[in-house]
Design a protein around this ligand. Sequence first.
Ligand code: KIV
Length: 258
Amino acid sequence: MKKIKNLLLKKNKTKIVCLTAYSKNIAQEIDNFVDIILVGDSLGSVLYDFDTTRSVTLEMMINHSKSVRKGITKSLMVVDMPYNTYRNKSEALKNCKKVMKETKCDAVKLEGGNKKIVEIIKHLIKNKIPVMGHLGLLPQNEKGKFTFKGKSSKEKLRLLNEAKVLERAGVFAIVLECVEKKLSKEITDQIKIITIGIGASQHCDGQILVTDDLIGLTNSKIKFVKEFGNVRKTIRDAVKKYKTEVQSLKYPSKKYLY
Ligand code: KIV
């Protein structure tokens, strides 16, 4: 696929910019500035206040993705496969095909790098489903506190090996979430596909953040989150003005009447 090939050409040349979107309105505002738009299952906590992404369903992902699709004209659109939708080869293929067909996305993302998931990913790729991997902190598997990965030499070796195995399986990119800085560099240097970091240092080939965090809609306390703007204030100011004008009969004025 041309979009994916072009992305891979950016490795070692220019950083790849990625963000999440859960709706058309956000997707169309960010599309011009990013390379990849991910419909992340983080929508479970960001929009629905779920304690874990495990509660996100395939139906929710498909519905949000259909909306996002309408806002994208140029970026690569990737959709997260939610928990319990890719437990074996046939389940994964059936559900990924459904997601690709109904949302018209360009690729899907699956978490993990163990033997079982790698076999499932190989099966998807053999069936022409482009796959993005996800290593390090895996929110669908995490119980309790989120901590960064790659502390012990055993864990470092495992993650480096998983990245290489995922590359051989045919994924075009790997999200590295909360991965120790030196390990992120080592993985990025040792594979030809692209790494997309989130809390995994500037050494990755690209970065991703949850858009709602970046624009100040969530009050996130996560260490790697930087608020680049504050749309909350913009929304409040607009709504306050609206309220004042409605109550003072200034709105709707003549201009807005039929
Ligand atoms: O669900 C999500 O939004 C993600 C990104 C944060 C990488 O997986």
